[in-house]
Design a protein around this ligand. Structure first.
Ligand code: NAP
Length: 287
């Protein structure tokens, strides 16, 4: 029997509904949640991502401030814009859309954002807090995956989880979040030997390679009833795909996410949730 689809659109909507209520509540305290976005250059994919984030904010009542910057901006100029947003009391969240043009340093740029306004959860401060189980603002895609487990009441305690990714954006934050839920986590990457053996013994596989020429998760690699979360998005043979073929995987898995319509919508929903958290934090510290 085929497994259950983990529908990112439905779960993201449930998060957005909660955010909408939280926005109304914050407004009664004279707090108007506001997200500032910074887009450098003309990358069409990045422009679309930022536009979709603005639309999502509008849907739930979050104000946006849009900063479109020339592709040849210097690091110093960009830093100054971030510094101004850091001290602007009407702004609660700051998002710098990645990737940045070559002359700019992504680590220096994200590190410049005030940890209290770091709605992407990518500053070293917030990454460190996450490792110490103290984070308020967690990277959006990993927290979106955790929201999917919550929604389907999937208990992670004692489960063997195989993570196929070790990036700062996906694998590392997920590792800490899963550990917090008492899962046993194995992290695989491009240098891991015998990935199939790890996958075959996993109760849950979270895969985020994003290149079908390098890696595909096939039904033969998972055990019956495993849960498969496919974070990857890439183009392959003219199609938008994950690391696995949902239609095939779901025949063997107990739960699986499709691509598109799985983890993707969760990332935007969690950005909205983080903006609300940041706005609440600002009221708690009396700004
Ligand atoms: P990344 O930094 O390139 O990470 C890719 C990971 O895959 C790395 O840890 C890499 O290992 C590993 N890898 C590469 N080849 C492998 C192989 N043959 N076997 C096993 N592991 C291999 O990318 P990312 O930013 O984490 O994103 C990963 C994917 O998730 C992309 O498709 C991206 O578009 C997608 N994504 C989706 C969302 C969403 O909202 N759905 C959000 C973020 C990312 P090494 O560390 O050894 O290089």
């Amino acid at each position: 029997m085929a497994g259950v689809k983990i529908d990112g659109k439905v779960i993201a909507q449930s998060v957005k509904d909660r955010v909408k209520k939280a926005v109304l509540e914050l407004k009664t305290q004279d707090i108007n949640p506001c997200l500032a976005t910074i887009l450098v250059g003309e990358n069409p994919a990045s422009a679309t991502y930022v536009k979709n984030k603005h639309i999502a904010c509008e849907e739930v009542g979050i104000i946006t401030k849009d900063h479109k910057l020339a592709s040849n901006i210097t690091q110093m100029e960009l830093n100054k814009i971030i510094d101004n947003l850091n001290t602007d009391n009407s702004v609660h969240g700051i998002l710098v859309q990645l990737p940045l043009p070559e002359q700019l340093d992504e680590f220096a740029t994200t590190s410049r954002i005030s940890p209290l306004k770091d709605v992407d959860g990518l500053t070293p401060h917030n990454a460190g807090l996450l490792a110490m189980k103290k984070a308020a603002l967690v990277a959006c895609t990993p927290s979106g995956v955790m929201e999917m487990f919550d929604f389907h009441k999937i208990d992670l305690e004692g489960k063997n989880v195989v993570l196929i990714n070790r990036s700062n954006l996906v694998g590392k934050p997920l590792y800490h979040l899963l550990l917090e839920k008492n899962a046993t986590v194995i992290t695989c990457h491009s240098k891991t030997k015998n990935i199939t053996e790890f996958c075959k013994s996993a109760d849950i596989i979270i895969t985020a390679v994003g290149d079908r020429n390098k890696f595909t998760l096939t039904p033969e690699m998972i055990k019956d009833g495993a849960i498969v979360i496919d974070v990857a998005i890439s183009r392959f043979q003219e199609k938008l795909v994950g690391d696995s073929d949902y239609d095939k995987i779901i025949q063997k898995a107990s739960f699986a996410t499709p691509v598109p319509g799985g983890v993707g919508p969760m990332t935007v929903a969690m950005l909205l949730k983080n903006t609300i958290t940041a706005a609440s934090l600002s009221s708690q510290i009396g700004r």
